[in-house]
Each structure stands twice: as C-alpha cells, then as structure tokens.
Write a protein that binds this ligand. Sequence first.
Ligand code: AMP
Length: 408
Amino acid sequence: MNEQLQLILPPATIGILGSGQLGRMLALAARPYSYNIHVFSPEANSPAGQVADREFVAAYDDLDAVRDFARGVDVVTYEFENVPLATAETCAAIVPLRPGAQALRVAQNRLVEKRFFADNGLPTAPFTAVHSLADLQAGLTEIGCPAVLKTAVSGYDGKGQVKINHPDEAAAVWQEVGEVDCILEGWVDFEREVSMVAARDGNGRIAHYNLIENSHANHILDVSVAPADVPPQVLAQAEAMVQTVLTALDVVGVLCVEFFLCSDGQLLLNEIAPRPHNSGHLTIEACVTSQFEQQLRTICGLPVGDTSYLCPAAMANLLGDLWDFQRKGAKKQRSKEVEKSVPSVKSVDESSPDWTAVLTHPHLKLHLYGKKSARPGRKMGHLTALAESVREAEKIVRGARRRLETGD
Ligand code: AMP
C-alpha cells in the first residue's frame, strides 16, 4: 500500500520528460485546471512545447539541465518510455517521479518486460533471449517458425523487428537487426488485438477503461474502436491482468497493456506502456475522464476519475504519408457542395491535406500535433468520431481519412 500522497494542486507545475503528442495532450488536459506545464526534450518548438508554459531544450544526458528543469516543477512524469533511465532518476532525486523508474525500466527493454510478465504469472507468446546467432538458431529450434525477432531496446511501431518464416533466414535476420541483444518470440496467430488503458492513484485504487480494439497497418496503429465487442470473461481477464501489472510495478499514473486475443478467448500480453497510449486517444471525447486527465489527476495525488464511456467511439491515425501524398500531387478537389456552403480551410503549408471535409462533418474531431515536418509513418494527428455504435464510428473515421487521401 502506498503512503497517502500529498495533493499537488493548481497552480503547481507539472514537468514532462519528452515533448511529443502525448505530452501535448497532457498539457492541454492540464489547461482547464490551470496547472503550469514545463517540458524537457532535445527538440525546440515541439508538439508539447508549443502549448506548455516553458520548454527546456537540452540533451537527455545533460544532467545539469535536467536538474535545473526538475527544481522548477512539483512532479515529473514522462510521455514516452525511451527517456533514459538516468534522466528520470536524476529528476526522482529532486521531485516525485510518477510513474516511478521501475515502470520505465521494465517498459524500456522487451526482454525485461516479458520476464516481468512471466514472473508475475501473466501469459505471453513463447520467448527466449538472443545475444548471438547461435542463440537465435537454438531459439528457432525451440520455438519454431514463424517467429519474430525484436531488438530488446529502442523498438516501437514495428521498428527493430523482423518476422522469420524459416530457420535458414537466421543469419540474414541477425545481421539485419544489427547483431544486438534481442528477444525471439513465437508468432501469435491472434484473432484480434486489444488494449486496456488503466490508472492507479496514490491510494492504490485502480480504474480501467473498457477494452479497445486495434488494427495495425505496417506494424503501426491504424484504427482503434471502443468499447471492444468481447465476452464479459475476456474483459474480466484483461482487468485482472492489468491490475497485476499496475500493482507489481507500483504505478501511480496511467499505463496501457496491449494484448493479443486468440480465437479460444485467451489473452496474451504483448507489451506495456507506462503512460497514455495512442489507442486511448478516443477517451478524450468518449469518456467522462480522458486518459490524459487521468494521468494528470493521478500524478498529482488526486483520486482516479470516472472511466465510463459516454458513447461508442473510433479513432484513426493520420500519418505523414497523407502529407507526402498531397505533395506528390494527388488531386485536392473539394466536394462542390461543401465548397459552396463553407469557406475553405487554409492549409498550414504546401503539403497539408485539405481539412474541409473533416472539419465540416458534425461527428468528427480533428487533432493535429503541430509537427513541423511530415514523413511516411510519422504520427501527425488523429481523427475521432462518436456514434451510436462502434461500427458507425469506425465507418465515419475511415471514410473521412479516405477522403483526405483521395481529395474527394
Ligand atoms: P510491438 O512493437 O511488439 O507492439 O509489435 C507491433 C505489432 O507487430 C503488434 O501490434 C502486432 O501486430 C505485431 N506483432 C508483434 N509481435 C507479434 C507476435 N509475437 N506475433 C504476431 N504478431 C506480432
């Protein structure tokens, strides 16, 4: 049981390590409460920095700058798990770090993460550590093919992972991943991918959001819908597993668990993120308390907020490809009717998609992260729709995104 946390009340200052879209959405959630926001990252004019009170721009290993940042805030959190541990620990020596360094340590390394699941009796795909080609060959004999080799550190959105269909591919794949420490996992023939965002407050109280169903394209999250249509026992199973993770890591804050749902109803843990998650973005519009408000509440020592859904929802990511696509000269024609009735929405720059069809739709919400350059696969923003059913909401976001792609 945690000690009772001291409440951190407005106008206190929240420090965020990292300054991407997750930090931006946390900063926006903190605005109505009138908290101050300081962000720290090597990037200037960053997505979070644009909406923060203060942006510290320095390398993560510049520990003097990190200390300077930490001394000016009342609590520190992180918005992505690749913040170096030393940076987080330097902050933790000065102010509360929530969630703590243990959650970061586990989430930073896929091997440590999978061992943590196993040690806590949580089911995963079969896996083994790989430190050499010989390990990989032995692992493939043990686990069989297909399998997937993932670098232990620095992997996200499918980066640093290669599927292996035949043991003969071992030497080439080992070279391809750069001969670094890896984890070999058995390939899971899952029926669906689902995730659960949850929060734990300073009194150890846990609040789960309903399960979210996710589809990926090129290993990157593409569309999420919620609440996922799963039997009650699957939901109960997920809640119990998430509770185990949050408690074992003594998390104060928000954490997301990604699962594979197999056809027999078994859930396997894939990975955790000790922070709000891309699949939870739809909670901004769909839930009483968004995942970002929940993060804010829990790191400030407040009790977890209500996680009820107001409405079924769907979210579609907007990747840099959309901007690239426009640049390559796709037709950018607006629907004639829309053009007649509504003034056109001016693009921020040359390659920006035409947002008219999105912004004139009564059920769509547009989130853009303020990134200054677009490249394929880069998360630039997202669309959310609320509707009577998840299928209807999904149809709206997919349809809107298709129109952005085609210019129709
Ligand atoms: P990850 O970075 O581990 O979340 O992997 C990104 C995506 O790759 C997952 O969301 C899955 O779609 C796929 N994937 C990862 N690991 C496996 C696995 N062991 N079996 C099947 N698909 C996987």
